[in-house]
Design a binder for this molecule. Sequence first.
Ligand code: FES
Ligand code: FES
Length: 192
Amino acid sequence: MPTEIPRRTVLAAAGGVAAIAAVPVTLTVIDATAAPAAGSSTVDVTLTVNGTVYRRTMEARVTLLDALREQLGLTGTKKGCDRGECGACTVIADGRRIKSCLTLAAMRNGSEITTVEGLADGDDLHPVQAAFVEHDAFQCGFCTSGQIMSAVALIEEGHTGSDDEIRDWMSGNLCRCGAYPGIVAAVREAAP
Ligand code: FES
Ligand code: FES
């Protein structure tokens, strides 16, 4: 049989619930004001880029792309989409091509990175760079450093058996200028 609860009791209980509910809100505010001071989320990162060792302290959320461009001044690696779609940011990390906008610099701590700045030997272009020039494999050039880094890795990977294979394995690098025929020709020429 249901027990009758006086209205006053219900209201008092509700007030208690409201008071309890208010506690976490208050705590949340206190927590927010006690958040770590700016800079305490930084990490020390060591990267070897094109043979030079760089040590930097940076926010943990910094991508490898932003670290290269903004902290190391290596702006040859381009930021296109900044979300893994265009390939403009391609670099080689520990022997594998990656999209540097999708990787945190902290995750690459201790890695060896090669960017487009590291390909030429003084005034002598890397064979892939020379082939891109030879075959007019660019127009505006914005995608080109990513295309070249991808091509260098692709040749190492051995995916140059045919033009179709080259196209398949270069498909992560987009070119808004449509320089694809020249790109494929350049990769074909640079391949052994
Ligand atoms: Fe990284 Fe587009 S900028 S894939
Ligand atoms: Fe312009 Fe590729 S050369 S986007």
